[in-house]
Design a protein around this ligand. Structure first.
Ligand SMILES: Nc1ncnc2c1ncn2[C@@H]1O[C@H](COP(=O)(O)OP(=O)(O)OP(=O)(O)O)[C@@H](O)[C@H]1O
Length: 253
């Protein structure tokens, strides 16, 4: 279990995160959701070990890891731009991290991951010959063969279009189910957070606005902010679709 206890952070005297305390169970998919500048990436980087909190603690399986450096935490992140090596083909990207730690995944395990992410037909392609969704899957495979204890994803779906988005969402769910892996995702899209996660952490101005299951958030938003920010966006989306259908029906008549 990962426990964040009273995490607080300021930059240049400006408070960015304020007493963030949540528990994350093993195998859960958690989304961190909030408006731009609310502190989502700062919190993700704190869990990863890239940013130190000013105060508070991070516990992993009851061990205090607050001062443990990033490489020793054995968590791993897929960045928004995938950060793949353009001069290597897809397969070489996937196994890159194993060159110094070959015992982490056997060749059989690497190919199981390639199968899980449906990458076999693309292994010999250069990165610039891959679509956005294929690049995302290569980035996921490259990270997963290193068997991270926790997988962090920074806006994993924002660059993908609708159909590919749904397929990557399904794969992320399968990875959590089949590997029992804890996955923490940063997003600013309420629909993505509510449809993908077991629990959603909504942060606003550096504070926990609500931390609950998607169902609880939809049925009982605990503040005007949650209702406005989250539910209003979904309502607007729904209205836009209904309006579109209305116009189409109108134009057919
Ligand atoms: N290294 C830094 N130095 C100074 N200020 C920073 C630094 N990193 C982040 N901030 C500030 O902290 C606040 C929160 O930033 P953060 O990137 O965590 O927000 P976010 O919710 O991820 O935003 P977005 O959705 O736009 O990516 C912002 O006001 C940002 O300008």
């Amino acid at each position: 279990m990962l426990k964040l206890q009273d995490l607080t952070k300021s930059y240049d005297g400006v408070n960015v995160l304020n007493n963030i305390s949540i528990d994350i169970e093993d195998g859960e998919i958690i989304s961190i959701l909030g408006p731009s500048g609310s502190g989502k990436t700062t919190l993700l980087n704190m869990i990863l070990g890239l940013v130190n909190p000013d105060s508070g603690r991070i516990l992993y399986n009851n061990t205090d890891i607050t001062n443990i450096p990033m490489e020793k935490r054995e968590f791993n992140i897929v960045f928004q731009d995938y950060a793949l090596f353009p001069n290597l083909n897809a397969y070489k990207n996937i196994v890159y991290g194993l060159r110094n730690k070959p015992l982490i995944s056997s060749e059989e395990e690497v190919f199981e991951m390639i199968d899980l992410l449906d990458l076999k037909p693309h292994l010999n392609k250069r990165i610039d010959q891959l679509s956005g969704g294929q690049k995302q899957r290569v980035a996921l495979a490259r990270t997963l063969v290193m068997k991270p204890k926790i997988l962090l994803l920074d806006e994993p779906l924002s660059a993908l279009d609708g159909v590919i988005k749904e397929s990557i969402k399904q794969r992320i769910r399968r990875i959590a189910d089949e590997l029992g892996l804890t996955i923490i995702i940063v997003t600013h899209d309420p629909e993505e957070a509510l449809t993908l996660s077991n629990r959603v952490l909504i942060i606003n101005e550096g504070k926990v606005a609500q931390y609950a299951t998607p169902q609880e958030i939809i049925q009982s938003p605990n503040s005007a902010f949650v209702e406005e920010f989250i539910l209003k966006q979904l309502t607007i989306k729904r209205q836009n679709i209904l309006t579109l259908f209305g116009n189409e029906i109108g134009s057919c008549a």
